[in-house]
Structures are given as C-alpha cells and as structure tokens.
Design a protein around this ligand. Structure first.
Ligand SMILES: [Zn+2]
Ligand SMILES: [Zn+2]
Length: 179
C-alpha cells in the first residue's frame, strides 16, 4: 500500500488527507496470506513528516493450532506511525537521516509505503494460537483423528485401562487390610 506524498509534504502542518482503502489485488494464497485490505488511512502533515493513522480490516488464512484445519479469521489493524521524508519535498535535496534507525521513511520519490508497518502490526495483532472454534477438541494424541468429527475410540480404551488399574489397586488395599 503506497501513497505518493510529495504534494502532501508541501502543505501546511495539520493538513489531513483521507483515503478509503480497498485493495483487492490478488494476494498469494496459503497460510499467513491476507485477503483484500479495507479500511481507511489518514495522512496528516506534521512538523517533521507525515503521521499515518490507519484502521485496516483483512482476513488472514491460517491453521487451527489444535486440529490443524485450514481456517481464516478477520483481523483489524489500528496504528499510528510518523513517516519521515528523506529528501526535501521542494528542493529534492537529501535530508539528514533520523537518528532513530527504526523510524519509517518516505523514499526519495516521496512514496510512503505502508507494507512494512502492516507487516509489523499484523505480527502483534495475530493470535498466537488461532482456533477453528473456541472449544475445538483438537487431534487425538494417539491416532491423530480429528476429535471434532467424533470420538476415535482410543480415549475409551485408555479410560478402561485406568479404571482397571484403580480397581486392581483397590483390590490390593482390601487384601492388605484383611491380612
Ligand atoms: Zn480446530
Ligand atoms: Zn485416537
């Protein structure tokens, strides 16, 4: 998502330009990919550069962390970042680079590119362990069956085995008491 801000940089401090975003270019498919981005971006001229206020909605393709089913979930990114120019908008002369090396920069063609900011804010907004549904049952640790589709049979056997062990233990205790 790029904005050419040469004109914006020549406007008085405080000037706001509003953009409605609807990026529908095809995005790569597969895990982690985004659907189209929608939302709004405001660019405000500041003393030093341009303050971006963005609210973006997208859909992320992912995988349920419990049952590994492909899922997609909506994500909203809201952020404010100031972008600093690298050349003077009027003269085209290079400007001294900001001391903060993490600062977002407007390139020498006066293009303000939101791609990196979107990437960074996505990382913090995305759930660590996305789920297909809040009560996803996950996979059976023994046979790998997706337990959302029904019981696999392993769990019943395991429970039986545990009861049997308990019963045996109980039997031993009784015997000890008798002797
Ligand atoms: Zn799941
Ligand atoms: Zn199983």
């Amino acid at each position: 998502m790029q904005f050419v801000v040469g004109q914006q940089l020549r406007e008085p401090v405080g000037t706001v330009t509003h953009y409605d975003i609807r990026e529908s270019k095809p995005l790569p498919q597969g895990e982690g990919s985004l659907s189209e981005l929608t939302g709004s971006v405001d660019l405000m001229r500041t003393d030093e550069g341009i303050l971006v206020s963005a609210t973006l909605h997208c859909t992320v393709a992912g995988r349920c962390s419990r049952c590994l089913t492909d899922i997609s979930y909506p994500l909203t990114l809201t952020f404010q970042e100031e972008y600093l120019p690298t050349v003077d908008a009027s003269t085209g002369e290079p400007l001294p680079l900001p001391t903060d090396s993490d600062a977002f920069l407007i390139d020498r063609h006066q293009v303000l590119d939101l791609t990196e900011a979107v990437r960074q804010y996505r990382l913090t907004a995305e759930p660590m362990q996305p789920l297909c549904k809040p009560d996803c049952l996950g996979l059976c640790p023994h046979c790998g069956y997706n337990l959302n589709e029904g019981p696999c049979g392993c769990s019943e056997q395991e429970t039986d085995a545990r009861w049997a062990a308990l019963a045996e233990l109980a039997g031993n205790i009784e015997q000890e008491q008798e002797s």
